[in-house]
Design a protein around this ligand. Structure first.
Ligand SMILES: Cc1ncc(COP(=O)(O)O)c(C=O)c1O
Length: 370
């Protein structure tokens, strides 16, 4: 698999940022963010897109727009990063960690059902590493328990399953465009929703409720500043217009890496589920080696970055910030994180980088002794 260079990578970025910069300073200007929102909605076939300052702000704003607050509980997989969970706590609600199925990486719905109470208002599905769980099952579970569905699709731009695009399965889909994501803008994020009222509330919330949704008054409630800066909206817009090329590059990078690794001792390449079009955000390998987490850390020392080896990703329910432990830790999430090598790729990784990663992983797996 040859990695083709991205066509004209800088020219459109420069053009869009120049348009944004030439209109500045303009304290009320949001022309690039407005154009970005229109093209986001069109690209993902969503009725509304709301641009915000980060993926964390997207989750926070979506929860706030749904009215989640003190006294509410939100089901969230332990198999996630802390940024999915901190907005729940910031809004005064309670995260309830649910387990994941080690065979599918999807939510363990039996565990989720056991932990649903009269206070549960929403479930967040996290498409970690770009992998999507079963959308029909998610919708059925939410319908059966009268819950709103929020997707943390921060890593899943371009993924889809059974005809559902990531971020369009439930009430709100939340994305990050922080550098390193396939669609990037330095910092940034956005929400997709089919619900006009939710979109209005999200727009009001990201701007201090200064422009209120119909039926409400300015600053009738406290909100925050989660607006996306114009130069970043311009970068997002230019990258959105070449999203197919960005997705194709990530797929080619991932395929080149795993082609060399499949069948290597102690390694098994994880494949998408039937009906799943995976964006290959992070190529995934099941590690059948002793002390797999130590192996991932060892690889990171040798220059191969991964979720667990470099970023020490652990199940979120075991983080010290979550001191109230009224449920035992989630064993499926722990097993998945211990045994999965999720290689961190970047747009700039060329054939030489990918081949070096493959050579290091193969050599170290063959000689691994913890
Ligand atoms: C799964 C997931 N959720 C949320 C976030 C938060 O996004 P941001 O860093 O843009 O706030 C990230 C980003 O790293 C992420 O990977």
């Amino acid at each position: 698999m040859t990695l083709l260079p991205l066509p004209d990578s800088l020219t459109p970025l420069l053009r869009e940022t120049t348009i944004a910069l030439s209109a500045m300073p303009d304290p009320v200007g949001a022309a690039r963010a407005g154009a970005y929102e229109e093209e986001l909605a069109e690209t993902f076939a969503a009725a509304h897109a709301v641009a915000v300052s980060s993926g964390t702000a997207a989750v926070h704003t979506a929860l706030a727009a749904l009215g989640i607050g003190p006294g509410d509980e939100v089901l969230v997989p332990a198999l996630t990063v802390i940024m999915t969970v901190s907005p729940i706590v910031a809004l005064g609600a309670r995260p309830v960690f649910v387990d994941s199925d080690p065979d599918t990486l999807d939510i363990d719905y039996e565990d989720a059902a056991r932990k649903t109470t009269a206070r549960t208002k929403a479930v967040i599905a996290v498409h970690l590493w770009g992998r999507m769980g079963d959308p029909a099952r998610l919708r059925m579970f939410a319908l059966g328990h009268d819950l709103a569905v929020i997707e943390d699709a921060a890593q899943a731009v371009g993924s889809s399953r059974d005809g559902y695009r990531a971020g369009t399965v439930g009430s709100a889909g939340c994305f990050s465009t922080k550098d390193g994501k396939v669609l990037w803008s330095g910092e940034g994020g956005f929400i997709l929703t089919g619900d006009g009222t939710l979109a209005e509330h999200a727009r009001a919330y990201r701007g201090h409720w200064l422009q209120p949704p119909p039926g409400s008054r300015p600053q009738a409630q406290l909100a925050t500043n989660a607006r996306l800066a114009e130069p970043l909206a311009a970068i997002g817009l230019a990258n959105l217009r070449r999203l197919p090329a960005l997705l194709e590059r990530r797929r080619a990078q991932a395929e080149r890496l795993v082609r060399f690794l499949d069948g290597a001792p102690g390694l098994r390449v994880l494949q998408p589920a039937r009906g799943e079009q995976w964006n290959h955000y992070a190529p995934l390998l099941h590690l059948n080696l002793p002390q797999p987490r130590a192996f991932a850390e060892h690889l990171a020392e040798q220059g191969v970055p991964s979720s667990t080896g470099s970023f020490r990703l652990v199940p979120c329910d075991t983080r010290p910030a979550f001191t109230v432990r009224d449920h035992p830790p989630c064993p499926g999430a722990a097993l998945i994180l211990d045994r999965t090598l999720a290689v961190v790729l970047d747009q700039g990784d060329d054939e030489a980088v990918i081949d070096r990663y493959a050579a290091i992983i193969t050599k170290e797996a063959a000689t691994w002794e913890p």
